[in-house]
Design a protein. Structure first.
Length: 435
């Protein structure tokens, strides 16, 4: 009955949310490519490639979840050499990253909208052997279709943000029947079991695996030098090995201006200091350039520095998607975005894995447990405002031993998640069909 009501009101919901959804797609660009896949329309090429496969269907929303899905897919491939995957993603940025980085045995597609006739067409083309959802992406029609076809359904890296948990608890009557259809739930920490159980997930289907996102990845660490190597090849000494670099990762509106003000003050003490800003949403670049243009510093884009060797830049803006971790190699100190002027915070693990000390603001709600662990173990620095940010970054720039100590402590704090990818892959591998 609940799913009947959901499907009954689904077209109305689309009409209400469609204008904002379309505006966001247009703003981010690339929405025309493969748009039909969102409504279950697939070209003959895709149908032919999938016709002889029974792939594992991995569903990831955007860039962060795509990276998790790809790590898990590679771990599964080690257990199942003949594995084929379909990786579906919702956003254009996630799709672009997946297309760029997915291995040849993975078909990258857009996620079909969760309306029963659309989902039915998607299942008829993909014909998955099992479905793996990343984080909290559990849709009623997708889950019901999998259950009806006896296709195992897993939720991995099952992390609930405070906002998502509050929303799910408010509508528990509607969401619990869907969550009960999950055959396997892999949670990052033991305390997550109680939270998911309160939403209807049977306890005997939950396993504590650690976080795939926080699992140290040696391969990712080795790639962090790639961007700085490319800069050297491009003839740019704007971010030479001798430079000190304040790096703003995944910044949100208002944080760019704060970082510039801190940078301009600190440069009086550290003449070689440079600033690198990687905005969370690349479509804001024009807005950011206009804002920074009124300030006394020379700004360039990362793509321009790579191709033209812009040697006199004070500040560089990352204008590509999905390459943030590659660029952390040039940083001296990393500020984590969405933690000072916005709420939620971004993932602090990527710069830590790159061997960089991290600083974040008071708003790390989406990573609250991790942030608390890092701060309490002297593995990261938390600041409250622009003045404490300037003071903390200045101290770290001045003291290389403090930077190294933070990184060492951070790696130790992440040890509980080490092997999380392999543990999750083993459980997914053992997930058999429903009887």
């Amino acid at each position: 009955m609940i799913r009947f009501i959901y499907n009954l009101f689904w077209p109305l919901g689309i009409l209400i949310f469609l204008p904002g959804y379309c505006a966001k797609m247009i703003r981010r660009g690339g929405y025309r490519e493969k748009f039909g896949q969102r409504v279950g329309i697939y070209d003959d090429e895709v149908r032919n490639r999938l016709s002889n496969q029974c792939p594992t269907w991995l569903h990831a929303v955007s860039v962060g979840e795509v990276n998790i899905a790809l790590k898990l897919a590679n771990a599964l491939r080690a257990l199942e050499p003949d594995l084929h995957c379909v990786l579906t993603t919702t956003t254009t940025t996630g799709f672009a990253l997946a297309r760029k980085t997915a291995p040849p045995w993975t078909e990258v597609m857009y996620t079909p909208l969760d309306y029963w006739p659309i989902m039915r067409r998607a299942f008829s083309v993909i014909r998955p052997a099992r479905i793996v959802l990343v984080e909290a992406e559990v849709w009623p029609n997708l889950a019901a279709a999998a259950h009806a076809r006896r296709i195992p359904l897993a939720l991995v890296n099952a992390r609930l943000s405070p906002r998502s948990e509050r929303r799910y608890r408010r509508f528990r009557f509607f969401v619990a029947p869907t969550f009960r259809l999950l055959d396997l739930v892999c949670v990052p920490e033991r305390r997550d079991i109680e939270r998911w159980a309160a939403l209807g997930v049977p306890r005997n289907r939950m396993h504590v695996t650690g976080s795939i996102k926080f699992d140290p990845d040696v391969q990712a660490q080795s790639h962090t030098v790639a961007a700085s190597a490319k800069l050297d090849e491009g003839g740019s000494d704007a971010f030479s090995p001798d430079s000190l670099v304040l790096f703003g990762g995944s910044t949100h509106r208002g944080e760019e201006e704060i970082l510039v003000r801190v940078f301009l003050r600190l440069r009086e003490q550290f003449p070689s200091l440079r600033l690198f800003i990687a905005p969370r949403h690349v479509e804001r670049l024009q807005e950011i350039r206009a804002q920074l243009g009124a300030m006394p510093l020379r700004v360039t884009l990362a793509s321009e520095a790579l191709t033209c060797g812009t040697a006199d830049a004070d500040c560089m803006l990352l204008d590509t998607t999905g390459e943030l971790q590659l660029w952390y190699g040039i940083a001296t100190v990393v500020f984590i975005g969405k933690s000072l002027t916005a709420h939620g915070g971004q993932n602090p693990v990527e710069p830590i894995l790159a061997g960089k000390p991290v600083v974040f603001g008071p708003h790390m709600e989406n990573f609250a447990t991790l942030a608390k662990t890092l701060v309490s173990n002297n593995a990261a620095m938390q600041v409250n405002d622009i003045d404490s940010l300037e003071r903390t970054v200045g101290e770290l720039l001045r003291d290389s031993e403090s930077r190294q100590r933070l990184v060492k402590n951070a790696h130790a704090a992440l040890n509980e998640h080490k092997g999380g990818t392999a543990r999750t892959a083993k459980l997914v591998h053992e997930l058999g069909p429903r009887h």
